[in-house]
Design a protein around this ligand. Structure first.
Ligand code: KIV
Ligand code: ZN
Length: 517
């Protein structure tokens, strides 16, 4: 289906400006992995790197250029012959290539960094663009620190760059200084003075996030006539980062009624792209980050949860499926209501009658008072605790754990089974492993540990630790939970709880009458 409105090109610079994030260095192979995902995301341009900066960087751009088929592969260069030559070599095998040259134009950069006057800057830009255009069909020019450049001088430089043959002009807010209305005005003025911008010549913007305005500034520029946005996955980049791709794309998409624009991004690949970049760069996404943060689709307030269950759009402007997530996330906590709790219980496969639901909801509220989030395992444990009376087949009689630097931890465990107490000892990779090995020497369940999770459920030095384990035997999986101020004891309790469930009759979900609530 043909999309309506003006096409906005997405120029992804995760692998160049994004990689300039402190501590986010990537190997050429990792860069290639991300580039392939960007191709699946269907970005228009990938800025793959700055080839003159190192042989490794040149190799990474080469690898991407010779592998990818669809997007334009772009490489960054100062206005220096050796930089342009490195880009030429790096992009040799690209199907579609673009050279991106930049030169600072603001007064502060001219005076202190370049020690050059306006005339010299103008001459340098024109000569470099003219010469490089012979080798590159697509050439993008960026007047660095454009938003702090005197407006008249910026107009002169942009005009001269177009006349010299630039096929894209990028206006960077290099230090994240501008504000949306001001930046929108700047872009509108440039378009008025140079009517080919945004049409025959691509008009791009590149906003940094020092004031947290990168997305807003980019959007203001789009509304004023820019037709390319430079951005990064998760908004990573130099200092406070760049405009985030997912925010720009989803703002344009969700508000197309207002922007009358579209992008060709396959939004269902957004979530996967975010996870890959976070994983490979080691840069954790803040939980409340728009679109891709862990909490972006979690509703905690009872009123919100109730609304979302009745009609998703009451509190959710984006369908999570649109960005590749499975569904909305109602995070159960102390503010959750009975309706949301009951929905989750049903989703987990339990059918409770009214009295059972009331008792389970009371236990849930007690737990939620102690811990911020109540997970599915907690709810399973609550329901199973209440509804099924698990006999304490295996009971902890005695536990001793010795840890000593340089020696593997040792555990001694005594378990009561019916009227008999049995004991065993084991070493392990850690104290918990030692305990579990010792228990298994007695219980011989043959179960495998499919999950182990530990968290503190209260705060302070005497916090209660809560352990949740999942044990698996062929055809069956059970969850066990244990709490104690001693995390080793909590671990043992959780394991024994799960063992007792395995020893009991399998609990069949869906046997009770469905509750009318
Ligand atoms: O922020 C900036 O000005 C840049 C340029 C190289 C476009 O990254
Ligand atoms: Zn930048």
């Amino acid at each position: 289906m043909k999309k309506k409105g003006r096409k906005i090109y997405i120029f992804d610079t995760t692998l160049r400006d994004g990689e300039q994030s402190p501590g986010a260095s990537l190997t050429p192979e990792e860069k290639l992995k991300i580039a392939k995902q960007l191709e699946r995301l269907n970005v228009d341009v990938i800025e793959a790197g700055f080839p003159a900066s190192s042989p490794g960087e040149l190799h990474a751009v080469q690898l991407i250029a010779e592998t990818l088929l669809k997007p334009v592969i772009c490489a960054l260069s100062r206005m220096l012959p050796q930089d342009i030559d490195a880009c030429r070599r790096a992009l040799e095998k690209a199907r579609r290539k673009r050279l991106h040259v930049f030169l600072a134009t603001s007064q502060i950069h001219r005076q202190y960094k370049l020690r050059k006057g306006k005339k010299e800057i103008l001459k340098m830009a024109v000569e470099c663009i003219r010469a490089a255009r012979k080798d590159f069909d697509e050439l993008e020019f960026s007047p660095e620190d454009a938003s702090r450049t005197e407006p008249k001088f910026l107009q002169d430089v942009v005009r001269a760059a177009i006349d010299a043959g630039a096929t894209s002009v990028n206006i960077p807010d290099t230090v994240g200084y501008t504000v949306p209305a001001e930046f929108g005005d700047l872009i509108a003025t440039l378009v008025r003075k140079n009517p080919e911008l945004g049409k025959k010549v691509v008009l791009s913007v590149h906003c940094h996030n020092d004031l947290g305005l990168a997305t807003a500034n980019s959007l203001a520029a789009v509304l004023a006539g820019a037709n390319q946005v430079e951005c990064t996955i998760n908004g990573i980049g130099e200092r406070a980062g760049n405009a985030s791709l997912e925010e720009i794309v989803m703002a344009i998409e969700i508000r197309k009624d207002f922007t009358n624009c579209y992008t060709d991004i396959k939004t269902r690949e957004i979530s996967k792209s975010s996870r890959l970049v976070s994983h490979l760069t080691g840069m954790v996404v803040q939980p409340n980050k728009a679109i891709v943060g862990r909490n972006a689709f979690w509703h905690e307030s009872g009123i919100h949860q109730d609304g979302v269950l009745k009609k998703r759009q009451t509190y959710e402007i984006i369908d999570p499926k649109k960005i590749g997530l499975a569904g909305n996330h109602l995070m159960l906590g102390k503010l959750s209501g009975r309706h949301a709790f009951h929905e989750r219980v049903k989703k987990l496969g339990f059918r409770l009658n009214d009295a059972e639901l009331t008792a389970a909801f009371r236990a849930f509220k007690q737990l939620a008072d102690k811990k911020k989030y109540v997970f599915d395992e907690d709810i399973e444990a609550i329901v199973e605790d209440l509804i099924v009376n698990i006999p304490e087949t295996w009971k902890l009689d005695y536990l001793r754990v010795v840890t000593e630097s340089g020696c593997p931890p040792q555990a001694e465990v005594k378990l009561q089974y019916k009227d008999r107490v049995q004991s065993s000892q084991s070493a392990g990779d850690g104290p918990v492993d030692a305990c579990y090995r010792a228990i298994e020497m007695i219980a011989k369940s043959g179960a495998s540990l499919a999950h182990y999770g530990l968290q503190s459920v209260t705060s302070g030095k005497d916090a209660q630790g809560e352990v949740v384990v999942k044990l698996q035997v062929p055809g069956r999986e059970v969850t066990g939970r244990g709490t104690s101020t001693d995390i080793i004891e909590a671990s043992v309790k959780a394991y024994l709880f799960a063992l007792n469930k395995l020893s009991a009759e399998p609990f069949s979900r869906g046997t009770s009458e469905p509750s009318p609530v």
